[in-house]
Write a protein that binds this ligand. Sequence first.
Ligand code: PHE
Length: 342
Amino acid sequence: MKEFETIKQRFLESLSACKSDAEIADLKAEYLGKTGVLTALMQQMKDLPADEKPKHGAAVNAIKVFIEDEIIRFKEKKYQERLTEKLASEKLDITLPGNQQTPGVRHLLNQIVEEIEDLFVGLGYQVKEGPEIETDENNFEKLNLPADHPARDMQDSFYIDPHTLLRTHTSPVQVRTMIEKGGLEPVKIICPGKVYRRDDDDATHSHQFMQIEGLVVDQNTSMADLKGTLLKMAQAMFGEDRTIRLRPSYFPFTEPSVEVDVSCYQCEGKGCSLCKQTGYIEILGAGMVHPNVLKMSGYDPDKYQGFAFGIGVERIAMLRHGIEDIRHFYTNDHRFLKQFKR
Ligand code: PHE
């Protein structure tokens, strides 16, 4: 019996030193395997007197059960230890504050484009866009600006090759639309988009800026329609009480052509520094579509007339928000941009 106790103690010591399942399996084989310790004990039985045999057999069996139970307990204990360790190392602190995701703001220029689009869609216009890389033909020729026309200097351009350039205005989209309609259907569109001119960038000039041009072509279109439309737009942009003033001007693609001023929203027309004491602020160019332009895009100028206008989006934004430098729109300083939450 003493020997049995020693075997148990030795086994328990070896078990507690085991570091892996493989070591436990080896230990188990050492005691319970075919050539193991318990088999040897069983073999001693044949040398014992008959009356001691049952006791001996039962004791060996008891050790076997003991060893099996201890192995299961030990494995369970090790598993719990590993689990506790793992839980501690992977602890998630749900009380930590999350990363703040500050929502972005629509760029002020896009806000204004959308506002103008909404207004004109409400008046039955379609929004049309076109490519920023254009043919000389669409950008100039078909707008009554042949190659040697001095007015081309008004729009110093970035040429890619002799026939291709970065569009200097969104008027080529109007040309494309008229040609698409084949000179047969009325046109009522606005064309927002980026345009490019060779300018030295400073507070009021940028080699890239945004424009919205509008075009209406139909069989009964007059200067009065143009004026009414522009008044609506000026009031939507600068307040219900605004009036507009048209001054004669020149554009190769319109005849007659006008510059359009809006009554000053700061001094109500009395004269202030914003309107340079004139009571009016220039906001856009417009006119009746030149018969040559209609003809070149397939419309019969004896039947169809049209009006067109072009607005600089930056200019509207600068006026409305008192922004003194056009470069703010493109340098992407968040402190500037996020002021304009709608
Ligand atoms: N296309 C002109 C420009 O970019 C603007 C304009 C459009 C003027 C339509 C008159 C009529 O300068």
